[in-house]
Design a protein around this ligand. Sequence first.
Ligand code: ZN
Ligand code: FE
Ligand code: FE
Ligand code: ZN
Length: 269
Amino acid sequence: MVDYHLHTPLCRHALGSPSEYLEAAREKGLREIGFADHYPLGLLGVKPQSEVTMSPGELAGYIGEIKALAAGEKEIRVKLGVEVDYLPGKAKELARLLAREPFDYVIGSIHFMGDWDFTHPLQEARYKTLDLAQVYRRYFELLWQACSSGLFDIIGHIDVVKKFGYRLSDDEMEPYWRCTARILKENGLCFELNSSGRAAPAAEFYPGRRLLELCCREGVPVTLGSDAHAPDQVGRYFDDALRLLREAGYRELAVFTARQRSFIPLEEV
Ligand code: ZN
Ligand code: FE
Ligand code: FE
Ligand code: ZN
């Protein structure tokens, strides 16, 4: 199995050292892991209300630490990834910044609509003050922009706007699902099945079954991540995640080295 979405304490809201995540992966029998901690928003001149990323001065240390962990590990492949916020207007700057780092893959995620960190538990209340249909429209417009930006290898927790359980109906969501699957395909992107949504009020993986099925039908590659913010979350709910992937029609998982994609069959993971 592969877990491509692990955090580190550098982001200030995760616990446990990278080597503790690696040991947790060993206990779970994982074959490959990737760290994807939050890229420093400070490098883009952005300072959110709550600190949720490493600071600019910590990036080199993060890269060095994960590379050293990878070099010292014989059984489990350890990859260097990063989770990057998509911020409209910062794409050019970000492309230049990302190109100079030795990442194996870049996960693009949406956590902000303007100054609203809408996945942050302290900012949940704002859902109640807004028109939900407009919140979803804005989220998916940002997501589609992120998909067309050319910045990312993997799109992270693709329907995370449902995190706190504020949902549109399946009928309302269907056009969003179809459009999203098509845009992923057109841009040659991979997305992740992110198991952390199961533990959130949404009580469902990101994405749920319908979007997975549509993506599989379109031939959009998928990878797998727990979004662990503590070592005991590594590989969380992966038995169910693998079952869901198979049921949706997937037969392989995408993996990355130096931002080049390859695949491993699901039977072998
Ligand atoms: Zn995080
Ligand atoms: Fe995220
Ligand atoms: Fe994450
Ligand atoms: Zn995440």
